[in-house]
Every structure is written in structure tokens, then in C-alpha cells.
Design a protein around this ligand. Structure first.
Ligand SMILES: Cc1ncc(COP(=O)(O)O)c(C=O)c1O
Length: 372
């Protein structure tokens, strides 16, 4: 290799190392190996996955698709067909929709299209981490204003930093990790005056009280993000979509910029699930019912506070130090998402609403730990 290549490549690698990336932490496989137990014994409650989806029905649809799909062909018309179905599900015309590889990729797509080096993105904290990573990678600045003590938006503080440099506003509602929805009047107030694109992340929309989708026509600068990963239990396949006014939706569809970004199999799976909507509806209803029970049981444990939730997970704060609780749970084969300090709370965790038997193990373990 010539010297010019060597120097350039070394510098390039060093620069690439500085890119801040998402790190998933403990995996069920790794933990099972460490504990010397079968992986099926691990209680995985860290990723907000929806285990209430009937797996037998989901698998039956997959098998049906395996017979129907010709994998040798490019997925030419698939996206348009999915938009047709989604148009019924969301009750918006199909030119209000764009499809992508789940929420993360759509956030990345929006940031790549709308953020230039030096632009500023505004959000609040604590919230979902991916938008910040995408904005930073794009050479933008990310400013996050703390939520108020009741987990609602500090609109005055946010408004005070809007300027002709702030081109992206990321609002997550229901918010990950606080699990509440923001007040609609606050979202409206910020969106109406924001001098750029507003992403309203409704990844958990199906578990919540209200959505902005019926009001999308009022907000020409708003992109509402939705995913199949949560309510539809399709996290493995990576499918999501946005609802936005036609001009914006068209840019997101046409300037992706790769042709056929989403696999045809994935899209067809989405179409089938929308056509069998009872699978999703049954799962969401069961999860929401279990969520209520879980919150109640968690709050009955001395030294644990669980907050109300509009999502498929619950935020808790423990009296005992978060690191200690986290390690003790891991030893029992239970994985939560540790947050530690969050606003005025010291020891927070985000807990997926698991199946009843998983939640029972968590409750039992927390009782033991708090009693230690
Ligand atoms: C708030 C929020 N938005 C978006 C996503 C992205 O999900 P996906 O890429 O699976 O659609 C997540 C995932 O946890 C999330 O919590």
C-alpha cells in the first residue's frame, strides 16, 4: 500500500472511531451463558418488544407469504400497496404516507435530508437517543431541554432557543423513557412556530390515548413517525412509516435515495398484518390490561415507584441504587433498561410490559431485592 493511502486510512479510521453509536448492552444469549442457564429462562424486559402478539398466527402468515412471494423479483409495487392499506388504517390519503425500514431508519432519512452541518436540532431530555446520534453524525448540533418535573414539555425554555438555525424539532410522545404523552396544546404551540421540520415520534401510538394523525393537515411542517415494531410485534423485520403532508411525504419517498429500501417480504408482512388487524388489536388490549396490573403491583413494593404509562413499558424509580438493583436482577436472569438518574429521580429503569409470567418473576425479584 502506498504511503498516501496509509496516512489517509489511519486518519479516516480515527475519525470514524469518534462517531457516537448506539450500544445495546447485555444480550440474553450472553447473560444465559454467564449464568450457565438456558436462554429461554432469561426474562428480557429491556427493549419494549411486544410479546403479546400471537406468535402462532404470525408464523402462519409468514409461511403463507413464503408460498406467495417470488423472491427473484424486485419489490416494484409493494410500497404503494402497503400505503394503500395504511391509508385505511390511519385514515389519511396514501400520498400522506412514506414507508421505511422502521422508525430508526426513517429518523435517519429525515435527518440526512433536512440537516446540514451547522444546523441545530432541538428536543427535550430524557428522550429517545437515536435522533441525537443521527444529527451529530450529520454535523449538526443537538440541544435538549430538560422536561419539567411532571415529565411535560418546558415550552417556554424550548421556544426561547428557536432561531433561524434550528431546523429540526424532535418530539417523542409517548416519550421513551418517561412513557407519558405530551400535552397536545404544547405540541401544537411548538410546531406552529418552529422554523423547520418537526418529527412527532408516535412509535408507541397504539398504546396511547390520542394521536396527532387525524390533525396532520393542520401542520405542514410535521412528520409523524409510526412503526410496526411495537404494536404489531414486528421488530425483527424493521418496518415503519411516516404520516406527513403530501409535499413532505413525497420527498421522503422519492429522495430516500435508494430504490426499494424496504424488503418486499417485510412489506408484504405489514400488508397481511393490517389485513388481519385483530392480531394487533387483541395484543394491544391484552398488553394495556397487563400494564395496569403491573404498575399497581410495582407500586405495592416498598422502595419502588412506578409511573403511569401510555406505552408498552413502564418507568420505575427504586430507592436502592440503580447499579445495585440492576446487577441483582441480572443475577436472577432479568434484564431491564437502566437509566439511573433522570430529572429529579435517582435510580430509574425502563421496564417492558412483559407477559404475566415474566412480570411475576420481576415483581418477586424486586420484592426480594428491596428487602435485602
Ligand atoms: C420512541 C422510539 N422511536 C422509534 C423507535 C424505533 O423503533 P423501530 O426502529 O424498531 O421502529 C423506538 C424504539 O425503541 C422508540 O422507542
Amino acid at each position: 500500500m502506498n504511503a498516501s493511502y496509509q496516512t489517509w486510512f489511519k486518519q479516516k479510521l480515527a475519525k470514524l472511531q469518534t462517531i457516537d453509536c448506539y450500544s445495546a448492552g447485555v444480550t440474553p444469549e450472553g447473560l444465559a451463558e454467564q449464568l450457565g442457564i438456558d436462554q429461554s429462562k432469561i426474562v428480557k424486559l429491556n427493549f419494549n418488544e411486544n410479546l403479546f402478539i400471537d406468535r402462532t398466527k404470525q408464523t402462519a402468515i409468514m409461511k403463507q407469504l413464503a408460498d406467495e412471494i417470488d423472491l427473484r423479483l424486485y419489490p416494484e409495487d409493494e410500497e404503494a400497496k402497503l400505503r394503500e392499506q395504511l391509508s385505511g388504517y390511519m385514515d389519511v390519503p396514501k400520498d400522506f404516507l412514506a414507508v421505511g425500514n422502521a422508525g430508526d431508519e426513517l429518523i435517519d432519512r429525515i435527518v440526512r435530508l433536512f440537516i446540514e452541518p451547522g444546523d441545530v436540532a432541538v428536543s427535550f431530555m430524557p428522550s429517545f437517543a437515536i435522533p441525537r446520534l443521527c444529527v451529530k453524525r450529520q454535523g449538526g448540533e443537538y440541544v435538549a431541554v430538560p422536561l419539567k418535573g411532571d415529565f411535560q414539555l418546558d415550552t417556554d425554555a424550548m421556544l426561547s432557543i428557536f432561531s433561524d438555525k434550528t431546523r429540526l424539532l424532535y418530539l417523542c410522545s409517548p416519550n421513551n423513557p418517561t412513557s407519558n404523552q405530551m400535552k397536545p396544546q404544547d405540541i401544537e404551540k411548538l410546531t406552529k412556530v418552529f422554523p423547520g421540520i418537526v418529527i412527532l415520534d408516535e412509535a408507541y401510538g397504539e398504546f396511547a390515548d390520542y394521536s396527532f394523525v387525524p390533525r396532520i393537515r393542520e401542520f405542514p411542517n410535521m412528520i409523524i413517525l409510526r412503526t410496526f415494531s411495537k404494536a404489531f410485534g414486528l421488530a425483527m423485520l424493521r418496518l415503519g412509516y411516516v404520516v406527513a403532508n403530501p409535499e413532505l411525504a413525497a420527498v421522503l419517498r422519492d429522495k430516500a435515495p435508494l430504490p426499494y429500501p424496504v424488503s418486499g417480504f417485510t412489506i408484504r408482512m405489514g400488508i397481511k398484518l393490517l389485513g388481519n388487524i385483530d392480531i394487533e388489536q387483541t395484543a394491544v388490549a391484552a398488553l394495556v390490561a397487563e400494564r395496569g396490573k403491573l404498575i399497581k403491583q410495582l407500586n405495592q413494593i416498598a422502595g419502588v415507584e412506578a409511573f403511569p404509562s401510555q406505552a408498552d413499558f413502564v418507568l420505575i424509580n427504586t430507592k436502592a441504587p440503580a447499579d445495585e438493583v440492576y446487577m441483582k436482577l441480572l443475577k436472577r436472569g432479568i434484564i431491564l433498561k437502566k437509566w439511573g438518574p433522570l430529572l429529579q429521580y435517582e435510580n430509574c429503569f425502563r421496564v417492558t410490559v412483559g407477559l404475566p409470567e415474566m412480570n411475576a418473576k420481576l415483581i418477586e425479584a424486586l420484592k426480594q431485592i428491596q428487602g435485602d
